[in-house]
Write a protein that binds this ligand. Structure first.
Ligand SMILES: [Zn+2]
Length: 366
């Protein structure tokens, strides 16, 4: 890591530090630090307007980082919504728009709408062009490593589509991302305590991402983590959208729950909490299947497991029941409540993760 990056990240982590703190913390010479602080100030990345109060002697200048010095935008295109967020340098969402619009890449109006929403979020976030890093676009499908083409898009039948086509009305740097990978990355990026994790996305389809040492494990052909197609029902399983039977997707996609409430998952959980017999029955079966998947992931990776996606946003309340079911499967006795966590971002993780790519890229350039 370059000295300028080291110093920048040190200030980011410590919030507000004096020059002397940096000398002690990073063991760099004073001239090196002074030189690099000047450089970071010129980029408007650090703020020096505060003082650190010393008992006796002069008050020292406090160096703190400016989290809104740059920003990026992330989109998440799903079957029925266009989700768009802007994210600052700390990964916090500045603005969010979630608009109901059916996915249709053949409709020029749809592509234009994407462009309009990006502009709207950018304007509302008050991002100046010179501070704007780019637009990440998450899609529910597999994407080539360079972010240029959808290599597998069975969920919405859009395999083979290109970034250029999807981003026709986005006049900024942009890149495509696989939604589960982007979402998993966003969850781990902000968490100091999490190094190794499996992110399990429980939405209209089931997906996932393995992260080791905070880095995505993509596998040999970018299909690492595609747990939705693990076969978990050996015989007599339901048909998956991939064409095979008994995939994990067929027992843990969110639609198994909200098909009971016309696609409204919030209402499903409302009925569940009210004790509705059918909702209770569906949930019981769902949790059993989910505990099986989580157990297998734990056996495979011995890592933290983050529950995300539509169901992950509601899971907090039901963690105890879920953890108990997982623990009965575990031969080693490590309790699920110590490694299983609900997602932090609720709906916007896939969009935020795509934006964070541009933040990382910016950090590399400092
Ligand atoms: Zn499948």
């Amino acid at each position: 890591m370059k000295k300028s990056q080291l110093i920048y990240h040190y200030i980011r982590e410590q919030q507000a530090v004096s020059k002397q703190d940096i000398v002690v913390g990073l063991k760099l010479s004073l001239p090196t630090i002074t030189h690099n602080l000047q450089y970071l100030e010129e980029l408007h990345l650090i703020d020096t307007s505060d003082k650190i109060r010393n008992t006796g002697g002069r008050n020292a200048t406090a160096y703190s980082y400016v989290k809104n010095a740059r920003a990026a935008i992330g989109l998440y295109l799903t079957a029925h919504h266009i989700n768009c967020v802007s994210v600052d340098l700390s990964g916090d969402v500045i603005q969010m728009i979630r608009r109901k619009r059916d996915f249709n890449l053949d409709d020029d109006g749809y592509l234009q709408e994407i462009g309009v929403i990006v502009e709207e979020v950018k304007r509302k976030s008050k991002i100046k062009d010179k501070d704007f890093l780019g637009v990440g676009i998450s899609v529910p499908g597999l994407v080539s490593q360079d972010g240029e083409i959808v290599t597998y898009g069975m969920t919405l039948n859009f395999g083979g589509r290109t970034r250029e086509g999807i981003a026709k009305y986005i006049p900024y740097r942009n890149k495509l991302f696989h939604d589960s990978i982007a979402a998993g990355y966003a969850e781990v990026w902000k968490e100091q305590d999490i190094q190794n994790a499996f992110y399990l996305s429980l939405s209209n389809s089931v997906g996932g991402a393995a992260l080791f040492d905070k880095k995505i494990y993509e596998g040999n052909s970018q299909k690492g983590g595609e747990v939705g197609h693990m076969t978990v029902v050996p015989e007599g399983g339901e048909q998956c959208y991939c064409g095979r039977k008994g995939c994990f997707d067929t027992v843990c996609r969110s639609t198994l729950l909200d098909q009971y409430t016309d696609g409204n998952l919030e209402r499903f959980f409302g009925l569940l909490d009210a004790g509705d017999a059918e909702a209770v029955r569906l949930w019981d079966k769902y949790l059993d299947n989910l505990s099986l998947g989580i157990h297998n992931l734990r056996m495979l990776f011995d890592s933290d497991i983050i529950l995300g996606g539509y169901v992950g946003a509601y899971i907090e309340k039901y963690m105890e029941d879920l953890c108990d079911r997982i623990d009965t499967r575990n031969p080693f006795g490590d309790p699920a409540r110590e490694y299983l966590v609900p997602c932090k971002y609720k709906v916007e993780a896939a969009a935020a993760g795509a934006a964070i790519h541009f933040i990382d890229e910016f950090f590399e350039s400092i």
